[in-house]
Write a protein that binds this ligand. Sequence first.
Ligand code: M6R
Length: 369
Amino acid sequence: EKGGYDYFMLKEIAEQPKAVADTLLGRIDAGGSLTLDEVRISASELREMDKVVIVACGTAFHAGLIAKYAIEHWTRIPCEVELASEFRYRDPILDAQTLVIAISQSGETMDTLMALRHAREQGSKVLAICNTNGSTIPRESDAVLYTHAGPEVAVASTKAFLTQLVACYLVALYLGQVRGTKWGDEIQDVIRDLSQIAGSVERVLETMEPVRELARSLADKNTVLFLGRHVGYPVALEGALKLKELAYMHAEGFAAGELKHGPIALIDEDLPVVVVVPSPRGRSILHDKIVSNIQEIRARGARTIVIAEEGDEAVVPYADHLIRIPATPTLLQPLVATVPLQVFACELATARGNEVDQPRNLAKSVTVE
Ligand code: M6R
């Protein structure tokens, strides 16, 4: 049932292009518009929403962090993202004009369930993004957009994450569509890019051998840091989470701009630092900033592992290891940039003799608060 792979995680990483394509299937019509009829919150209600609040845990929370960039950029609706476990304890401001999005692979995560119950009690509409048909979270929500990743068995979430991102982008674009905000060339372009993205994920998977080799060479390290900016920041958090849960290594993700506010003191001779570099096209200011961050950490002796778009030559002089990903618009880049980090963590876990599919102390779905 592992389909010839040693671990479910490897199988699930390999299934990502299909999972992404399946999650888009039937949701974009021939004219390039979105048809999300399943979202049973009416267009007029969606037009009334003045705030979006996303609640989730772990990897699903990271998908939510990325969704915030897309939702605010494409729809101009303010969006907050909160750890489900923190949400209801701080008396959050919620009303009928707040759209709450609960993201969960399993649909059974107790923290997320309690957060959505709290939101509904306050009169907010809840849209679930979920991978498990008929599970508790979609059953208790007002509407659901299912991700079509298929069953995810490995405790470490991989294909579910990519499909959560796709679902978040679809919701963001749909909100833009029904509200008519910024609905124009950019959004049409995004829909086109999104419908081609499965091919880019496939291309990343074909070039992962050097990443595996690199991971094996780092098996005796104690710490790995991850840096990113903009949507690369949640990708860095996700890379660090994967490494913690699979390799049992100390790993942290930082917003690259925060380096000089503290974390740069951690940089030591030969410390591996993974940097997620945004596309040099488009908002190139972001790219320039991160190139100077890479220079800063390398000048302090770090071993730089740089994930950058094909054709990005500016990073070459500062990269001890260069991992190439296909050119992708910045907001969609997490769909390709996360994949090498999954492979990296999986290989490190294997090299350190850890149980890949069932890491110690963890359960696939966390049904207690
Ligand atoms: O089933 P859910 O998406 O609600 O689960 C949330 C987290 O428990 C989950 O993403 C966890 O962080 C993963 N093990 C990370 O790989």
